[in-house]
Design a protein around this ligand. Structure first.
Ligand SMILES: [Zn+2]
Length: 435
């Protein structure tokens, strides 16, 4: 039996039955959390490999519930883009030039970056789906990166009339909890197509995830959630991405059906979707989760994501606390992915998806209130160690078993190839036209 003992850390469990421990031990056995207590007795842990967690915060790894990872090579170039410009740039201009190798590298480096900043579980919302080989390349990267990844596959972006054969093909390669059907949804296609896609998901036993937000300018009177509800398309395996600007009665329909919501605060604010809806969703009875969305226009770490959403909500109504946002980024994220029995908190029996944050870093020292520090001052530089199902993937601030210089060189080549083919500059001088 493989045993590890994380000894003497400040434990932020996100499990109400465990609570926070000013100093505590976590025992891992065969990849799962076997015990957590202020002090675990020496006899019960004698043969365990000891990881000294003194001076560290021990917490569950983050869950990012929506990221278009394939776009990683174009980090930062869209910081000033509007939503229209993003659509023209990423989908209209760059996506058609992506080859499978480009998808592979974007997904691999993106997933590795997420791991390095403490995201142990990530839903890859994949819509670079112009050919089946792109999906295969995306999956290969997710398999190679040592984290929990859920492949949210939105096939048919290039306009294929029938996605069922392709979705069925990929479905057969993945475990039940490893795939979600990404709906083109009412914003990218018709309600009839949405209904057919949901029927396919149900037939294949898949959860669904669908973008709905107020930035697209719905024709007046168009009520996407109400229409989906009326056609029986809402259930507790449905996740809405964003949800900004949806009327109160439609939010209530989402809550009634048990739907989940993922909020991407940075992208929503910068691209003009409206205020992030964490507080509004909670008030309606939906516990939101958090997500990065896209790295061309937002950073990839959950610390800044939590902080943006936290600051906005405090500014709007003074509501919610730092702890709410750590819950959104951990346990509520796990629930959004249907993985709450497996991950999201330091609970005996769950996978040991754990991160250690350096509480002695000058940017946060001294740490008296770990939860407050994580949200108000946390950053990826604090992530000392990352364990996925008990396996160390980062220790002492360094990723293990990853040849970053080689991967960086390949990603730069990929970016150069795509940018040249598309005829665009990557130095910030390219201003994509709005539609
Ligand atoms: Zn998105």
């Amino acid at each position: 039996m493989m045993r590890k003992l994380l000894r003497g850390g400040m434990v932020v469990s996100m499990d109400p039955a465990v609570g926070d421990l000013g100093q505590g031990d976590v025992l891992i056995e065969d990849g799962r959390i076997a015990a957590v207590a202020t002090t675990l007795d020496a006899a019960g842990t004698a043969d365990a490999e000891v990881v000294d967690a003194t001076g560290k915060i021990v917490m569950p790894g983050f869950v990012d519930t929506h990221r278009h990872t394939w776009q990683t090579a174009f980090r930062g170039i869209g910081a000033d883009w509007t939503f229209d410009q993003y659509g023209v740039a990423m989908h209209g201009t760059l996506r058609p030039h992506y080859q499978p190798e480009d998808v592979y590298l974007g997904n691999l480096l993106g997933r590795i970056e997420a791991l390095a900043s403490g995201v142990t579980t990530m839903l890859d919302w994949f819509h670079c789906s112009d050919r089946p080989e792109n999906a295969d390349a995306a999956l290969q990267a997710l398999r190679e990166a040592p984290g929990h990844s859920v492949f949210c596959y939105c096939a048919g972006m290039a306009g294929e009339p029938d996605i069922a054969p392709e979705i069925t093909r990929v479905r057969s390669q993945l475990p039940d909890d490893g795939m979600v059907l990404g709906l083109r949804g009412p914003q990218l296609t018709t309600m009839d197509t949405t209904a057919a896609d949901v029927a396919l998901a149900r037939e294949l036993g898949l959860r669904v995830s669908v973008h709905v937000h107020g930035a697209t300018g719905w024709p007046s009177g168009h009520r996407p959630i109400a229409e989906m509800r009326d056609r029986g398309l809402l259930d507790d395996r449905t996740t809405f991405v964003h949800g900004n600007g949806i009327s109160d009665d439609q939010v209530a329909m989402m809550a009634d059906a048990g739907c989940s919501v993922t909020v991407s605060p940075d992208v929503e604010l910068k691209m003009g979707f409206g205020w992030p809806e964490t507080g509004r969703m909670l008030a309606a009875g939906i516990r939101p989760s958090l997500s990065i969305d896209d790295c061309p226009s937002a950073g990839g770490d959950m610390f800044s994501t939590m902080r943006t959403a936290f600051a906005v909500q405090r500014g709007l109504d003074g509501g919610l606390t730092a702890r709410d946002f750590v819950e959104f980024a951990t346990v509520d994220g796990a629930r959004t992915c249907g993985l709450d029995a497996r991950t999201g908190s330091i609970t005996v029996g769950k996978d040991a998806d754990l991160i250690l944050l350096n509480a002695e870093d000058p940017s946060v020292f001294p740490v008296g209130n770990p939860v407050g520090t994580i949200v108000a001052a946390g950053h990826p530089g604090l992530v000392d160690s990352v364990f996925v199902a008990g396996r160390a993937v980062k220790r002492d601030g360094r990723l293990l078993g990853v040849d970053l210089p080689a991967l960086r060189a390949r990603l730069l080549e990929s970016r150069e190839r795509i940018a040249t083919a598309a005829g665009i500059a990557v130095d910030g001088s390219w201003t994509p036209p709005a539609r």
